[in-house]
Ligand binder design. Sequence first.
Ligand code: GRF
Length: 208
Amino acid sequence: MTKKLRLVVMASGRGSNFSAIADAIREGALDAEIAALVCDRPKAPVIDKAMACGNMDIAVLTRKGFASRADYDMALADLVFGYDPDVIALAGFMRVLGPEFVGRFPGRIINIHPALLPSFPGLDAQRQALEYGVKVTGCTVHFVDEGTDTGPIILQEAVPVLDEDDEESLSARILEKEHKLYVKALRLISEGKVRMEGRRTLTEDKGL
Ligand code: GRF
């Protein structure tokens, strides 16, 4: 059964994954609405992209002025909770969210990571893959738990590492796949086709 997903997208930077999600909704490829973009950086380019969409709230909450990370996470959780989202999609949100945030939305936060987890979690995943010398890397959409990129995996897509790759070329090829994979994961969730069995996520996956 399809359910129109009510999303909050959280992002800190460029916003290409945000745009991929917004475009898919506009084109009718994803039955969802973005209730709000929540951003932690007032000058992030993603804010202009959300403004251009024109049909969602844009909320900026910076860490400044909060005594502790826990206080900030609590304020962030209150803000997001107010939008009553079915799913919170992290799209380049450059902070690790603590238990004060994650605990408020069990099973409802997802993230995209530019590597095949559990390899290369954290920052600069594409550079980590190049430096390690793997021949295949890729991207992962996963549920968010309290660790760094450790939650149950929903979908993964492989990308070959070419001899001539540098960080930029590899990141660009991964990013192309990210955009499709994130939309596909959200579509599967909206269609009720993602279920959890312990750490495993089982999906009825019928191709992109
Ligand atoms: C992407 O590579 C995503 O996998 C990672 O942060 C980057 C965000 O890019 N979590 P963008 O802001 O969506 O263009």
